[in-house]
Design a binder for this molecule. Structure first.
Ligand code: NAD
Ligand code: KPL
Length: 340
C-alpha cells in the first residue's frame, strides 16, 4: 500500500464539498497536496480547536484507504499510474489517502460538489458566501432538478455539471472502493461557466480518469436520467441487483408505459424525439451490462438513507405537470419508493 495526499499543499486548491463515495474517489486521484474537503458548514468551528479544550481531538484530516477493484483492462489509460500498487492479499490495488479538512476557503480555485442531490442546495448555502464569485463550481449529482435549483439561486456564478459513470462505494467508513471505471462529461450550466470548461476538464483529467468536455451537458444528464429512471426504482422495490429486474412482473408490466412517458417528456423538454422502444433498449443494455450491481437507490434503501427518487422519477412527474403530460408510471414508482 502507498500513500497519497500527504504533501502539504501550496498555492491553489481544489475543494470537495461532500466527502462521500464519489468525492473521496476524485480526491484520492487528484494530484497530492492540491485538494481538500470542505466539512459541513455547521462543523467548521470544531476544526482547529486545540485538543486541550476538548475531550476528543478534532479531526483535521480525512483518512481512508482506496481499493481499486477495476480490472486493468477496463481502467482508463493512465489510471493510477504511479500511486497504486497491488495488495498481496486481494490482488486489488490499495492506496492510503490522507487529505485535509479545509478550515478556510482562501486559495480555492475549483469547487467540486459531490453531495447527494437533496443536500446540494443547503450545502452550498453554507459555503458560497465565503467563496469568490469567479470560482467554478462543478455539480456531480445524479438525476435532474438539483442543478436547476443551484443555477436559479446563483445565476451569476460559473456553474458546471458533470455526468459520470464512474462507480464508487464505501463498504465501511475507512474504505473506499473504486468499483467501476467509467467516463465523465463536464459542461457549462451558466453563461459565465463556458470559459471554464476546458480548464476544469484538464484539472479533473489529472486523476487519470477519462474526462471530456460536453457542449450539451443537459442532454447527457437526461440520458443518464432515463437509465436511472428505468432501473433504480425497480431494484429498490424488488430488492434485487440490476439484472434481476428484467424478468420481474413489476418491470415487465410497467416498462413500456414508463418509456412512453419519458419519450414524451424528453421531446417536450429537450425537443429530442426518441422512440419508447429505443429508450427501453438503452435501459436494458445497461441493466444487462451491470447485472450484478446493486444500484445506488437499492444501496440507499438498504442503508436506511434517503433515496434520490425525487430527482429521478419524481423529477419526471414534476416535468409532466409542467407540460400537461400524464405520468402515472413515474408517479406510482416515486410513491412506492418514497414509502419504502
Ligand atoms: P454519498 O452519500 O456517499 O456522499 C455524499 C456526502 O455528502 C456524504 O459524505 C454526506 O455526509 C455529505 N453531505 C451531505 N450534506 C452535506 C452538507 N450540508 N455539507 C457537506 N457535506 C454534506 O453519495 P455518493 O455516492 O458520493 O453520491 C454523490 C452524488 O454523486 C449523488 O448525486 C450520486 O447519485 C452521484 N453519483 C455517485 C456515483 C458513485 O459511484 N458513488 C456515481 C455517479 C454519480
Ligand atoms: O447509475 C446507476 C445507479 O446505480 O445509480 C446504474 C446505471 C443503475 C448502475 O448501477
Amino acid at each position: 500500500m502507498v500513500s497519497a495526499g500527504n504533501q502539504s499543499g501550496s498555492g491553489e486548491l481544489i475543494a470537495i464539498l461532500g466527502a462521500g463515495s464519489l468525492g473521496r474517489l476524485w480526491a484520492a486521484l487528484l494530484p497530492s497536496g492540491r485538494c481538500g474537503f470542505l466539512p459541513r458548514r455547521e462543523n467548521v468551528s470544531r476544526l482547529g480547536r486545540s485538543v486541550s479544550r476538548q475531550d476528543v481531538p478534532p479531526e483535521t484530516r480525512c483518512e481512508y484507504v482506496l481499493v481499486r477493484s477495476v480490472p486493468p483492462s477496463l481502467a482508463p489509460q493512465g489510471f493510477g499510474r504511479d500511486i497504486l500498487t497491488a495488495s498481496p492479499e486481494s490482488g486489488d490495488a490499495c492506496i492510503h489517502v490522507s487529505l485535509p479538512w479545509l478550515e478556510s476557503t482562501k486559495s480555492i480555485e475549483l469547487l467540486l460538489v459531490t453531495t447527494k442531490a437533496g443536500d446540494t442546495l443547503e450545502a452550498l448555502e453554507g459555503w458560497l458566501p465565503h467563496i469568490p464569485m469567479d470560482t467554478p463550481i462543478v455539480l456531480f449529482q445524479n438525476g435532474l432538478g438539483s442543478q436547476r435549483a443551484v443555477i436559479e439561486r446563483w445565476p451569476e456564478r460559473p456553474v458546471l455539471a458533470a455526468s459520470t459513470t464512474e462507480g464508487a462505494n464505501r463498504p465501511s467508513p475507512g474504505v473506499l472502493v473504486h468499483a467501476g471505471a467509467g467516463v465523465t462529461w463536464v459542461g457549462a450550466l451558466t453563461a459565465s461557466a463556458a470559459d471554464h470548461t476546458a480548464s476544469v476538464v484538464r484539472q479533473l483529467a489529472e486523476t487519470g480518469l477519462q474526462v471530456h468536455g460536453e457542449a450539451n451537458i443537459l442532454q447527457r444528464l437526461w440520458q443518464k436520467l432515463v437509465v436511472n429512471a428505468g432501473i433504480n426504482p425497480f431494484t429498490a422495490l424488488l430488492d434485487c441487483p440490476n439484472g434481476d429486474i428484467l424478468a420481474s412482473a413489476l418491470y415487465q408490466q410497467n416498462i413500456d408505459g414508463l418509456c412512453s412517458e419519458i419519450s414524451a417528456l424528453l421531446e417536450a423538454e429537450t425537443s429530442e424525439a426518441v422512440a419508447p422502444e429505443v429508450l427501453r433498449e438503452r435501459i436494458e443494455t445497461v441493466a444487462r451490462n451491470t447485472a450484478s450491481n446493486t444500484s445506488s437507490m437499492r444501496a440507499d434503501v438498504m442503508a436506511g438513507r434517503k433515496t434520490e427518487i425525487d430527482f429521478i422519477n419524481g423529477y419526471l412527474v414534476q416535468c409532466g405537470k409542467r407540460h400537461g403530460i400524464a405520468t402515472p408510471v413515474n408517479q406510482m414508482l416515486t410513491e412506492r419508493v418514497q414509502g419504502l
